[in-house]
Design a protein. Structure first.
Length: 87
């Protein structure tokens, strides 16, 4: 979800989030448990922004990446075994 904003000098990360409307469009975002950042570096809501900054909301992962990889591999193995039985 990308929104271009024009904010006054001295605007904060929180002001940008509110002005963007992202919290209304994504009501599941909980800033008390989600981390926020600017250009991939963690920030707090009161940090000042500079011209051209990109504010990001980092939501918790739904699945551990290692576990997701294991599940995909298991599925791959099952498909290979099934193909060998047919062929």
């Amino acid at each position: 979800d990308v929104v271009d904003l024009k904010l006054p000098s001295g605007a904060t990360v929180m002001q940008a989030l509110r002005e963007s409307g992202v919290l209304e469009r994504h009501p599941g975002i909980d800033l008390s448990s989600s981390k926020i950042g600017v250009w991939g570096k963690l920030r707090v809501a009161g940090d000042l922004l500079r011209d051209g900054d990109r504010v990001e909301v980092y939501r918790p992962l739904l699945v551990d990446p290692k576990e997701a990889r294991r599940q995909r591999y298991r599925g791959h193995l099952e498909r290979v075994k099934a193909a060998k039985k047919k062929g």
